[in-house]
Design a protein around this ligand. Structure first.
Ligand code: XIL
Length: 360
């Protein structure tokens, strides 16, 4: 039994949303005018019943992204031999729960099978293999993907192109070629360029804008820029800077989304770090919420139990809004408040949009 006094203390400390307006992250996001708030998930976790109960909670998650199972090594492990079982498991889950699906990803230099990364290619043979991969995978998931991350992480941090196998043999044209093939296979999916460290101004963000223009200059369809949003506690840009960068993309006529948000910290955690983490999450979420054309936010899994961070960034962890025992951290309320989840008085973007159209 929960004591009223402990609820009052938690409320006073700002740890709980106001009960009268309590809503989950997705409910608050959609009320604010976004299309979804969602999470990445991965096949090994689907056997964890406690995890699954929360994953299916559409009050918090209106969208899923498969963390690994639609990548090239998973879908085409040997040339022209496709395997969709694991990707299908996540697509089916999203469909059964009524959650949108962001499909991730078609072309990336990592998690590439060795027949691609180590093959002996010419411009022509690699272009054919690239088109074949995209056509088969996108056709298989046709009608199921709200969006596809068509090209992932094509840029170095200084804004130059990564010298990956595609760039080496095809040059920058591999990017528009990939978008053309994806559009031909599913004309309804929103096609995204997705990367990290493009959330704030600088050489890499400028280069991402150039990629949008490059694809457009080929007459190919590009609908969005995905900003991964992997940040570190205390090193997350301000809401103002984040929002101004989002607007530099939407000015090109594309939508934007935070596609892989998490805010890691050096472990062990402390109450100061958890509090700063909540502020950092709120900056990201607030920037999206106030930017026309920012359609949604995805966290890169919701619980520290299954976060990719400790495996990738040695000494870092605790990056998700829920801890490894599935308990909500302060970050959860930081996100919720940034979505207006505890303030029904504030007008949502949708309401404001309607008022503007009606001339109010
Ligand atoms: C990560 C997965 O979460 C890990 O399980 C895997 O080992 C490596 O890839 N940017 C991306 C994602 O676009 O695909 C990555 O996902 C995280 C960084």
């Amino acid at each position: 039994m929960v004591h009223l006094s402990s609820i009052a203390t938690a409320l006073a400390a700002g740890l709980l949303p106001q009960l009268a307006n309590a809503a989950g992250l997705n409910t608050a996001a959609t009320a604010k005018g976004l299309d979804y708030f969602g999470t990445a998930t991965d096949n090994p976790e689907l056997t964890d019943n406690t995890y699954m109960t929360q994953l299916k909670n559409t009050d918090d998650f209106g969208q899923l992204t498969p963390g690994n199972s639609m990548k090239w090594d998973a879908t085409e492990p040997s040339q022209n031999s496709f395997s969709f079982e694991k990707g299908d498991a996540i697509a089916d889950l999203a469909e059964a729960n009524g959650q949108k699906l962001r499909c991730h990803n078609l072309v990336w230099y990592q998690q590439l099978p060795s027949w691609v990364s180590g093959g002996s290619w010419t411009n022509e043979t690699l272009t054919e293999a690239l088109k074949n991969h995209i056509t088969k995978v996108v056709t298989h998931y046709k009608g199921k993907c709200y969006a596809w991350d068509v090209v992932n992480e094509a840029l170095n941090d200084d804004g130059s192109y990564r010298e990956n196998v595609f760039y080496q043999h095809i040059g920058e044209a591999y990017i528009p070629i990939a978008f053309e093939a994806a559009a031909a296979a599913d004309s309804d999916a929103k096609l995204y360029y997705n990367d990290y460290s493009i959330e704030y101004g600088g050489d890499k963000a400028n280069a991402a804008e150039k990629i949008v223009k490059l694809v457009q200059s080929y007459g190919a369809k590009i609908d969005g820029v995905g900003l991964q949003g992997h940040f570190t506690v205390g090193q997350t840009p301000s809401k103002k800077d984040l929002a101004s960068t989002l607007k530099s993309y939407t000015a090109l006529g594309v939508e934007v989304a935070y596609t892989e948000m998490d805010v890691r910290m050096e472990t062990p955690s402390s109450s100061d770090k958890l509090s700063q983490q909540s502020t950092d999450y709120a900056s990201l979420v607030g920037a999206c919420a106030e930017t026309e054309g920012c359609v949604g936010i995805t966290i890169w899994d919701w619980t520290d139990k299954y976060s990719w961070v400790p495996d990738t960034f040695s000494g870092y962890g605790d990056a998700c809004p829920w801890d490894e025992n599935y308990k909500k951290k302060q970050a959860y309320n930081g996100i919720l408040n940034a979505l207006g989840g505890s303030s029904s008085a504030r007008k949502s973007r949708k309401m404001r949009r309607n008022m503007i159209t009606r001339g109010n």
